[in-house]
Write a protein that binds this ligand. Structure first.
Ligand SMILES: Cc1cc2nc3c(=O)[nH]c(=O)nc-3n(C[C@H](O)[C@H](O)[C@H](O)COP(=O)(O)O)c2cc1C
Length: 356
């Protein structure tokens, strides 16, 4: 019998040729924040996946916290991405762009002039961040966002979503995971506002719900997904008591808005805290659309979770870095090539497009 993992799946109104998703992965090859031919080659080599999700891509100059990450707010970026989506579609693939606003996880050296490091609260992240100019630098204290800044950021997400459709993407994934701007609003660890965007759960999820509603109004819910990481510890995120309740309410509300998927990242296989099965189950039960699970999967575990209906789709990250033909390898049970971690974020083709 054909494995579920290799069976077709209808995501909103697009047909995926299998249930294997390529996880969003920042690869830092976008010199000048513009997608280029090397990136076109990289994504097109992986177009056998049922769905590709791009690396985190900023809808705003203020969201370009890391060096060499792409944007989706100007004409050159849209044109660059158009080449990528065309190459993927030519091979029968489907592709969503991950919209990542880095918020406080940023440094002015990585950003264009006039961009600002902003966050829900002026709480500085401990530790340091890579800059091409001065190597590692301490994270700066972010500026607390004014109500106008919040309005502007939402408008940037909406324009970014429209730009994504213009660039040929099949949809967008809001990056609500891993401690970036959206999660900075969701978590009381990073959101200590006293206005309507902070405090209660309802207030802390107001930003993400407004973004989700407005991008849905702009491009349609079938083109909108979101990634979340409850219990995650990336970028200064920490445990808080209301995690389960927060994601239960959030998933219900996202279901009402009518977005197409929720993608749950579980980084416990990379040393992060356990993501309680209860939170995954509650999202699954509360959300009417598609659920994608990610983190530490191999073919066997993916098949098991699909069979048990824990998810509709399963995402693979690192295996895709070093195995562009991952789908074929998983089908044939071929041994996977291990990725070279030293070239995860380095510029150039090495460790990017040269895996056989
Ligand atoms: C090099 C690298 C870059 C990543 N960049 C992103 C990113 O831009 N956005 C995101 O949501 N997750 C990012 N992740 C997390 C992956 O999407 C994925 O959740 C994680 O690698 C666990 O899945 P895996 O065990 O299949 O690799 C990144 C992971 C790696 C290894």
């Amino acid at each position: 019998m054909e494995k579920k993992l290799f069976s077709e799946y209808k995501l909103g109104d697009i047909e995926l040729k299998n249930r294997i998703v390529m996880s969003p992965m920042t690869r830092s090859r976008a010199i000048g924040n513009i997608p280029n031919n090397l990136m076109e080659e990289y994504y097109s080599l992986r177009a056998d996946a049922g769905l590709l999700i791009t690396e985190g891509t900023s809808p705003s100059p203020n969201g370009l916290g890391y060096s060499r990450i792409p944007g989706i707010f100007n004409k050159e970026q849209i044109e660059g991405w158009r080449k990528v989506t065309t190459a993927v579609h030519d091979k029968g693939g489907k592709i969503f762009v991950q919209m990542m606003h880095t918020g406080r996880v940023s440094h002015s050296l990585n950003m264009p002039e006039n961009a600002k490091v902003i966050a829900p609260s002026a709480l500085q992240l401990e530790g340091s961040i890579w800059t091409d100019q001065k190597e590692l630098q301490q994270y700066p204290a972010p500026e607390e966002m004014s109500l106008q800044d919040i309005k502007d950021a939402i408008a940037e997400f909406v324009q970014g979503a429209k730009n994504a459709v213009d660039a040929g993407f099949d949809g967008i994934e809001l990056h609500g995971a891993n401690g970036y701007l959206i999660e900075q609003f969701i978590s009381p660890i990073t959101n200590q506002r006293t206005d309507e965007y902070g405090g209660s759960i309802e207030n802390r999820i107001k930003f993400v719900l407004e973004v989700a509603q407005k991008v849905t109004d702009a491009i349609g819910g079938n083109k909108v997904g979101i990634r979340v990481s409850p219990y995650g510890a990336a970028n200064g995120m920490k445990f808080y008591d209301e995690i389960e309740e927060t994601y239960a309410i959030l998933s219900k509300k996202l279901s009402e808005i009518g977005i197409v998927y929720i993608h749950i990242a579980d980084h416990s296989s990379m040393g992060a805290p356990e993501v309680k099965p209860s939170v995954k189950k509650s999202i699954r039960d509360n959300f009417k659309g598609t659920v994608i699970l990610a983190g530490g999967y191999d073919a066997e575990l993916a098949e098991k979770d699909l069979e048990e209906d824990k998810a509709n789709l399963v995402a693979f990250g690192k295996p895709f870095i070093s195995n562009p033909d991952l789908v074929t390898k998983l089908k044939n049970g071929t041994e996977l090539t291990k990725p070279d971690t030293t070239t995860f974020y380095s510029p150039g083709a090495k460790g990017y497009t040269d895996y056989k």
